[in-house]
Design a protein around this ligand. Structure first.
Ligand code: ADP
Ligand code: MG
Length: 621
């Protein structure tokens, strides 16, 4: 028997630096080295499959294309083998001894920085193999290329050098035997390695066998066409990837070849864990490149407000080894995000048309995320606007209308879309803001959640129609009619001029101006917003936010008060003002406080109660 010569090689100096970092890393999430090795094995199988198409009678042509994983918890070893393309002596030297792009300094610097921060990132720099030294104290790579008559063994402990020895009798492919470090000996346990493979490599398109059993039994469903997949398969798949116990509420499976190759399979779950008090969710969509996981819980592939979605986006156009940093800045990823987001929002709009009840359920559970999108994202405003739902003066209690419904019902001469915020439908309908709308039969949207006003303000308009808060001071529902009314009322209002000046002086700390209303029908007074963007409910939220963060409250923007010249109380007040000033003062303040309350604004409750008793005692006198 001839002894084969063992040659010793020094690692290229950059490699040595990297290995140093990897070996001494305290990084605890070591699992990714398994992903890296299995993804290399899958690549090697894929390369062989391609080669075999063009070569007659390649070496070991009959070997099944597969990946085999073996564990030995006594010897503390983990072995990963493939029947792929293999590596020649030279390839072992260049692939497992150097860093491929070591020419570029910037690249190297970034790589070293990433490795120091989080070793798992190095795979994204195209040097994933070296992550094996996170777990292995000694690594042996036995490889035989389809193209060479002998095989070789590469051995290293990661420090400084490696050896290469010719080995006879190897089959095609690569076998990596890892002597595990003490702190990584879990990887010689079957349960451990099985769970890691399932997490990262479930959809590898070749069988991964552990102890003779195929571990990756779930198919990469998203790569098949819709017509080949049953509902049951979709649901099973969802449960697998989302770790869910029940079926999804709805799904979108979509594929495109141009301008980008995309396979996306997105699921809407049944429940919103955030609203159940679990805290902010992590994004639930994973990014794959050719079925290999490249970004789990990807923050890059969808906007944050779609974090409730579960699923997979796979694009061959992405480089497999893209770094997470690069994912963030990658123009291709940004383009993918736009395409997928638009497509998903469109599918929701289609759902609303085709299965309104299902959409209602969706809105009920996840509407808050759509609103979050509408308040934070300018890019999809058009699409998001169509998806919003609200109660309105023309909806039944508890039933929702869309802005599209609203626009379709608008009066012929109506140009704007009106909304009003309140704590409940009943509160809004009892308040002064809807009076004229009711009289003129103009629909008004009820925004019952504080976020609604932010969403509508952020949208600004829908279908080229302005979204206008009914609290606005300059609101005029029908200009011509108002002007006529104004003129007709002017002389009559003369007698109230004195009252207005007096009230304004009295209330100067509370409101900036008191004017005669052109739109109050029954109520004596109402508070309106001179600032056309900030509604009272928004102001309340911002103030609460500042308090919560211990910030000083900002001076709330001064409101205007409108009074109703036709209201008996106001008429009476004008008389009282001359004869019983003190009583008139108390009534005026009470009217102002009442209007503030109806606007949902803060008043001084103690002062109000005290005054209220004074007024009551006059009544019972
Ligand atoms: P990457 O996979 O991004 O190229 P790696 O560090 O994971 O970077 O691997 C470096 C190279 O080593 C691969 O490009 C491949 O040529 C080679 N290689 C690694 N593992 C195998 C394998 N199991 N079979 C064949 N070649 C492999
Ligand atoms: Mg690799």
């Amino acid at each position: 028997m001839t002894e084969n010569k063992t040659q010793t090689f020094e690692f290229q100096s950059e490699t040595r630096k990297l290995l140093d970092i990897v070996i001494n890393s305290l990084y605890t999430e070591k699992d990714v080295f398994v992903r890296e090795l299995i993804s290399n094995a899958a690549d090697a199988l894929e390369k062989f499959r391609h080669t075999a198409l063009t070569v007659t009678d390649p070496f070991d042509a009959d070997l099944p294309l597969e990946i085999t994983v073996e564990v030995d918890d006594k010897a503390n070893t983990l072995t990963i083998s493939d029947t792929g393309i293999g590596m020649t002596h030279e390839e072992l030297e260049s692939n497992l001894g150097t860093i491929a792009h070591s020419g570029s300094n910037a690249y190297l610097e970034e790589l070293m920085e990433a490795a120091k921060k989080d070793v798992s990132l190095i795979g994204q720099f195209g040097v994933g193999f070296y992550s094996v030294f996170m777990a292995g104290k000694k690594v042996r790579v036995l490889s035989r290329s389809w193209d060479e008559s002998t095989g070789n063994e590469w051995v290293s402990e990661g420090a400084g050098s490696y050896t290469l020895t010719e080995v006879e009798g190897l089959h095609r492919g690569t076998k990596i035997i890892i002597d595990l470090k003490e702190e990584a000996k879990d990887y010689s346990q079957k349960w451990k390695i099985e769970s890691v493979i399932k997490q990262y490599s479930s959809f590898v398109p070749y069988p991964v066998k552990l102890d003779g059993e195929v571990v990756n039994t779930v198919q990469a469903l998203w790569t098949k066409s819709h017509s080949e997949i049953t509902d049951e398969e979709y649901n099973k798949f969802y449960k697998f990837i989302a770790n869910a116990g029940n079926d999804p509420l709805t799904r979108l499976h979509f594929s495109a070849d141009a301008p980008l190759a995309i396979n996306a399979l997105l699921f809407v779950p049944q429940e919103n864990f955030e609203s159940m008090g679990f805290g902010k969710m992590e994004p639930g969509v994973n990014l794959y490149c050719q079925r290999i996981l490249i970004d789990q819980h990807s923050k890059n592939i969808l906007p944050e407000w779609l974090r409730f979605l579960k699923g997979i986006v796979d694009s061959e156009d992405l480089p497999l080894n893209i770094s997470r940093q690069a994912l963030q800045d990658n123009a291709l990823v940004a383009k993918l995000r736009r395409v997928i987001t638009r497509r998903f929002l469109k599918s929701l709009d289609e759902l609303a048309a085709k299965e309104p009840e299902k959409y209602e359920k969706f809105w009920d559970v996840f509407g808050i995320f759509i609103k979050e999108g509408a308040t934070s994202d300018f890019e999809y405003q058009k699409e998001l606007g169509k998806l919003l739902r609200f109660e309105s003066s023309k909806s039944e209690a508890g039933k929702m209308v869309s802005l599209t419904d609203y626009v379709n019902r608008m009066q012929p001469d109506q140009e704007e879309i009106y909304f009003i915020n309140g704590p409940s439908r009943a509160a809004i309908e009892a308040g002064p803001y809807v009076e004229l709308f009711r009289k003129k039969d103009i629909e008004i949207i009820y925004t019952l959640e504080p976020i609604d006003d932010f969403a509508l303000n952020h949208l600004g308009e829908f279908d080229s129609k302005k979204l206008v808060s009914a609290e606005r001071a300059d609101l005029s529902l029908d200009k011509k009619e108002d002007e006529k009314k104004d003129e007709a009322e002017k002389p009559e209002n003369k007698e109230l001029d004195g009252l207005l000046t007096w009230m304004q002086e009295l209330l100067k700390d509370a409101v900036s101006e008191v004017t005669i209303s052109t739109r109050l029908v029954d109520a004596p007074a109402m508070i309106v917003n001179p600032d056309s963007y900030m509604t009272s409910s928004m102001e309340r939220i911002m103030a609460a936010g500042r308090r919560e963060h211990g910030l000083p409250g900002t001076e709330a923007s001064k409101k205007k008060m409108e009074i109703n010249a036709d209201n008996p109380l106001i008429k009476k007040l004008a008389e009282l003002q001359g004869s019983d000033d003190e009583f008139a003062r108390q009534i005026t303040w009470q009217i102002c406080d009442n209007a503030m309350i109806q606007a949902g604004l803060q008043i001084d409750p103690l002062k109000m109660v005290e005054r209220n008793y004074k007024l009551l005692s006059r009544v019972v006198k």
